[in-house]
Design a protein around this ligand. Structure first.
Ligand code: CP
Length: 316
């Protein structure tokens, strides 16, 4: 445990990184370290959450987050139920609140929710007794992604404080960048964000980061480069003339990596658009830790589920 580790975990919900203290972030990362070894065993299962019920509510597409939560829940022996808009009463006009209250009536212990609208997990958390975990709400926050990113950086660099982290791409539509800025600032890293002006909201400088408008300026002397997906589906109209031009200006290639530190690591939350924000030679190359991020996502989500279950508090 870090020196700042709190003795007790008192939160019912994990809604965003903005509300967490550095000590709470440290506790989640340290707890994830203790769970990560389970994924290396022949029998990847412990009874920690036996008798607990987790609802996974995904109202937006997901590959990594959804399957990672499901695996984390199964590894901890929780009972889990997966729910999506297709085939639910939401299609028949039921409101999200009525759906939530009906689900609450079945007494789940935890609810994991992803929704296209910012604030939906917060609204749910106020209305139900179960702990709520935000698995991504619009362009607002994606706390477990930032936590698994921090876990991956710590594994490679041994620390977060003092590192230069460059985050590049479609800043405007990214919940990942917002959660990462909160986390990295709280933990003492130095963040620079980069991308085209048309995808750079004016309020970003107020978040306490450097802002660069060329890839080279953003990644200069970086210890960590995090590439973000260009979210064409969230753009009303394309914010740049063509994908070809975007790649020429902001696509990460091996040649361009020369501006970063020699031991830089390359990250991406996925899904990746190869040939748009990142070249395959970089995504699959020696500096890439992109698949490690996915592996660590399971340990981090096990830690979050465990801490929110109340069992840590009972045992400490
Ligand atoms: N990183 C991430 O949230 O990926 P998914 O959309 O596949 O869950």
């Amino acid at each position: 445990m870090t020196p700042e580790t709190p003795i007790r975990w008192q939160r019912k919900d994990l809604l965003g990184i903005a509300e967490l203290s550095p000590a709470e972030i440290g506790l989640i990362l340290d707890t994830a370290e203790s769970f990560s070894e389970i994924g290396e065993r022949a029998i990847k299962k412990v009874p920690t959450l036996r008798g607990k019920t987790v609802l996974n509510l995904f109202f937006e597409a997901s590959t990594r987050t959804r399957s990672s939560f499901e695996i984390a829940e199964k590894r901890l022996s929780a009972d889990n139920i997966n729910f999506s808009t297709s085939g639910s009463a939401l299609e028949k006009g039921e409101t999200l609140i009525d759906t939530a209250l009906n689900l609450q009536a079945m007494a789940p212990d935890l609810v994991v929710i992803r929704h296209a609208h910012p604030g939906v997990p917060h609204m749910l958390a106020k209305r139900i007794k179960a702990g709520v975990i935000n698995a991504g709400d619009g362009a607002h926050e994606h706390p477990t992604q930032a936590l698994l990113d921090a876990f991956t950086i710590r594994r490679h660099k041994g620390r977060l404080a003092g590192l230069k982290v460059a985050i590049l791409g479609d800043i405007e539509h990214s919940r990942v960048v917002r959660s990462n800025i909160h986390l990295l600032n709280k933990m003492g890293a130095q963040v620079t964000i980069g991308g085209p002006r048309t995808l750079m909201p004016v309020e970003m400088e107020a978040m306490g980061v450097g802002v660069a408008y060329t890839l080279e300026d953003a990644i200069r002397d970086a210890d960590v480069i995090m590439m973000l997906r260009v979210q064409l589906e969230r753009q009303g109209r394309m914010a740049f003339p063509s994908v070809k031009e975007y790649f020429q200006l902001f696509g990460l290639t091996t040649a361009r990596l020369a501006a970063a530190k020699d031991d830089v690591i390359i990250m991406h939350p996925g899904p990746m658009n190869r040939g748009t924000e990142i070249a395959s030679e970089v995504a699959d190359g020696p500096y890439s830790v992109i698949l490690e991020q996915v592996t660590h996502g399971v340990s981090v989500r096990m830690a979050v589920l465990y801490l929110l279950s109340g069992l840590y508090e009972e045992r400490s």
